[in-house]
Write a protein that binds this ligand. Structure first.
Ligand SMILES: [Fe+2]
Length: 422
């Protein structure tokens, strides 16, 4: 094999290695150093550096050096004009082309280069933009760089330039993505605040259920979290809880604030609110899935005897099942015009009897688990704090909650399990 063929093979192998280094998703600086050492190795050059050009503040910064000691550590100024002239030379360099501009760069910084000998300056140009510079000392053999050498160096430099540019683009995309995320988070916060304000407005209209919507949102959140829902969906169900009764805004005020139990006509008027809520919420594009459906189906029952659509079991969206339980829990634990709040034993007894027919056993279990954990002190007191002003001495509920968990956990035939438990 003649020398030229050998050199060609060596260049190809360096190029292949370089391609691999640049494609590898590892540490960028390390990639750059390895690529640069491959470049030096291809022509047995002992010293040199790669510098990255930064348009702002108009300087080159050394990112990989070899054999130059400490003398070239700081950034060196490079004006926009000079950078433009260097970039106009293109990435295929001939010594004659690059010589004048490169010489000027070395001249401009003769103090910095005083103790190091740089024989060659190669601009790294990608898409007519100066990305950086490769500075090289002489070959170990002391021979001059030939045109062929320059072609090899130019090919390898091009790879390094593309690597630096790709890295910059990825960085920019990362910054943009961060910025978008911040904007998105901001919008979400505004959305949540608006929804909370809306929930308060719903509750003001219904003077007997002050704070109901916000509490249902919080109970729903506690249950969904206990069920292991991801954060995003937990946020969604909280919002759904806040908005579940939004349809009450169109219910006749005299019905809504009627002091006694509803007559048939009033009940019919009242029962319009889930579907009305769905209609109000559907045209809005929410940042979470299924909010309108959770409002529509929060009065459905597992046995199909609910309203407005009489859905059964799995036909009911999981979120609506959670809101149903949270809604019932808050209704039973607060005073209503026709009755006082119920003792917690009675509330749990109601859940126990109606699990499988009205309530989903999985949701009941999650609720019992969260409740029990808070009583035992292994979980932050959220449910208990929401109830505190109404109830005390909740430790007494632990056996009942444990009993319900052993009856309903596993999600089998819950009615049979419930009957067996009774
Ligand atoms: Fe409701």
């Amino acid at each position: 094999m003649d020398t030229n063929t050998q050199r060609l093979l060596h260049t190809f192998s360096a190029l292949a290695d370089l391609g691999q280094e640049i494609a590898a998703a590892g540490d960028f600086d390390e990639m750059l150093r390895t690529s640069f050492h491959l470049l030096l190795g291809s022509l047995a050059i002992r010293r040199g550096a790669v510098a990255e050009y930064e348009r702002e503040p108009g300087s080159v910064r050394f990112v990989a050096t070899r054999g130059l000691g400490e003398s070239l550590s700081g950034p060196l100024a490079l004006s926009t004009d000079h950078a433009q002239r260097l970039s106009s030379l293109g990435s295929s360099i001939s010594l004659a082309d690059a010589g004048k501009e490169a010489q000027r760069f070395l001249e401009d910084h003769k103090d910095a280069f005083a103790s190091v000998e740089i024989d060659l300056v190669l601009p790294l140009v990608v898409r007519e933009e100066l990305i950086g510079l490769v500075l090289l000392g002489e070959k170990a053999t002391g021979e001059k760089f030939t045109d062929e050498d320059l072609e090899v160096l130019s090919a390898l430099s091009r790879h390094i330039g593309v690597g630096i540019r790709s890295h910059r683009l990825l960085d920019e995309i990362g910054h943009k993505a961060d910025e978008n995320l911040r904007l998105y988070e901001g919008l979400r916060a505004i959305y949540k605040e608006t929804v909370r304000a809306f929930a308060a407005a719903i509750d003001i209209k219904d003077r007997y259920t002050q704070g109901h919507s916000v509490r249902v949102g919080k109970y729903s959140e506690i249950i969904a979290r206990e069920m292991g829902w991801p954060d995003e969906e937990v946020e969604g169900i909280t919002i759904a809880g806040y908005l579940h009764d939004i349809g009450k805004l169109i219910v006749d005020l005299s019905v809504l604030n009627s002091p006694g139990r509803f007559n048939a006509k009033e009940q019919k008027e009242m029962n319009r609110h889930p579907y009305a809520g769905y209609e109000i919420l559907s045209p809005i594009s929410h940042p979470y899935a299924d909010i309108p459906l959770m409002a529509r189906y929060h009065h459905e029952r597992m046995d199909g005897n609910g309203y407005p659509d009489g859905l059964k079991g799995d036909q009911i969206p999981p979120g609506a099942k959670i809101v149903t339980l949270a809604d019932s829990f808050d209704a039973m634990t607060t005073d209503r015009p026709y009755r006082k709040k119920l003792p917690l034993e009675d509330v749990l007894a109601d859940f126990r009897v109606n699990t499988g027919t009205q309530f989903d056993p999985e949701v009941v279990c999650a609720f019992c688990r969260a409740f029990l954990k808070e009583i035992e002190g292994s979980k932050e007191r959220r449910l208990l704090n929401l109830l505190n002003r109404n109830y005390s001495n909740m430790e007494r509920l632990s056996p009942m909650l444990s009993q319900m968990l052993s009856e309903f956990d596993g999600g089998g035939d819950t009615r049979a399990a419930s009957a067996a438990g009774n």
